[in-house]
Design a protein around this ligand. Structure first.
Ligand SMILES: *Cc1c(COP(=O)(O)O)cnc(C)c1O
Length: 360
């Protein structure tokens, strides 16, 4: 609901611009229609035709043999770790990766594995970093069984792995006998940025998960893809964590519409993020690394304003602009299908005004 705020003596409708995340996107009319009409069955018996179609379509798009529909990205990653990595083994992953940083320690709680974090650069590892993390076989060390990578990288600000580097890192892991799981929550954003099919980015990874409920705007769900026998094992683990659903075609139907209609429009979100980044970059006290605004996220360092990022975020929220502080210095702005080019300009205006107010 638009709020009304008295501004410069006149009544002006305050625009609410929600840039906290692309998870706030709401389903399109076509999704709601498809949901109402979805053919369904009991998916635990493998009898939901809509879920099957979604799993097959997702697998095809990512160039893998089979897919598994799960309620969330967090669960997809958890199932991937449980299915790849032996209990008591070591999983190598980037220190700011979503699996390590934002998934409530699920890998330790449920998969009983040991995270071995490596600090990357903008979320990327190099082959040398992975080699250095691989420890020799020794009674004192847990054996490493899995490497997890993230593309786009969330905490780094939606950054896209250079494809050659991604493949070189995967090769190092494979040569050492590790499996590789790709957290591709936003892999379609990466694909659109590179102008390549998502299957190309997924090619060398053993498994990939992506989210339907972020920029693709479906209300629920993620898909995990991989080899057919591996997905069969993952299906068992989905049951272990309580993620097997019944007439899930009702929600999977929206996922199918998302894959059919929402991928190519991500370019619009990227253009809006770029425009926002350029406007924020010229605000005194705010700094943006424009080179690394590649997809639908903008990280803005507000330490030059002399206020903590969470406090500045609260000031913006009071003006109808919602953003997340990701640490004491940085705000994250995320564009998505429910944010227009005009919304972005309005948000930038509000940031400039509030920044000026901080500096007096
Ligand atoms: C959002 C996200 C997830 C988790 O997805 P949920 O559906 O929120 O559980 C995993 N990895 C990355 C990189 C994400 O951005």
């Amino acid at each position: 609901m638009p709020k009304v705020s008295p501004l410069r003596g006149e009544l002006r409708v305050m625009r609410r611009v929600d840039l906290r995340s692309d998870t706030v996107t709401t389903p399109t009319p076509a999704m709601r229609e498809a949901m109402a009409e979805a053919e369904v069955g009991d998916d635990v018996y493998g009898e939901d035709p809509t879920v099957r179609r979604l799993e097959e379509k997702a697998a095809r798009l990512l160039g893998k043999e089979a897919g598994l529909y799960v309620p969330s990205g967090t669960m997809a990653n958890l199932i991937a770790v449980m299915t790849h990595a032996r209990r008591g083994s070591e999983v190598i992953l980037e220190a700011d990766s979503h699996i390590y940083y934002y998934e409530t320690g699920g890998m330790a709680v449920c998969a009983q594995v040991m995270p071995h974090t490596v600090k990357g650069e903008r979320g990327f590892l190099t082959p040398e970093m992975v080699k250095a993390a691989l420890r020799p076989s020794n009674l004192h060390f847990p054996p490493a069984t899995l490497l997890c990578l993230e593309n786009t990288h969330n905490r780094a600000g939606g950054t896209v792995w250079p494809l050659e580097q991604l493949e070189a890192v995967i090769d190092v892991a494979h040569d050492a006998g590790l499996a590789v799981h790709l957290d591709g929550a936003r892999i379609f954003n990466a694909a659109v940025h590179l102008g390549l099919p998502a299957s190309r980015l997924a090619e060398r990874a053993d498994s990939v998960m992506f989210c339907l409920s972020k920029g693709l705007a479906a209300p629920v769900g993620s898909v995990l893809v991989g080899r057919r026998d591996w997905i069969a094992a993952a299906r068992r683990n989905r049951k272990v964590v309580g993620g097997a659903m019944r007439q899930a075609g009702v929600i999977a139907a929206a996922g199918l519409v998302a894959l059919e209609t929402m991928v190519s429009r991500l370019a619009e979100d990227h253009a809006n993020a770029r425009d926002l980044a350029e406007r924020l970059a010229v605000v005194p006290g705010v700094s943006v690394d424009l080179e690394w605004v590649q997809t639908n996220m903008v990280m803005a360092d507000v330490s030059g304003l002399g206020v903590a990022a969470p406090d500045f975020a609260r000031r913006l929220a009071g003006r109808g602009v919602l953003v997340n502080a990701v640490d004491p210095h940085r705000l994250r702005f995320v564009t998505h299908k429910d944010v227009t080019a005009e919304d972005v300009r309005e948000a930038a205006r509000v940031v400039a005004e509030e920044a000026a107010a901080c500096r007096v």
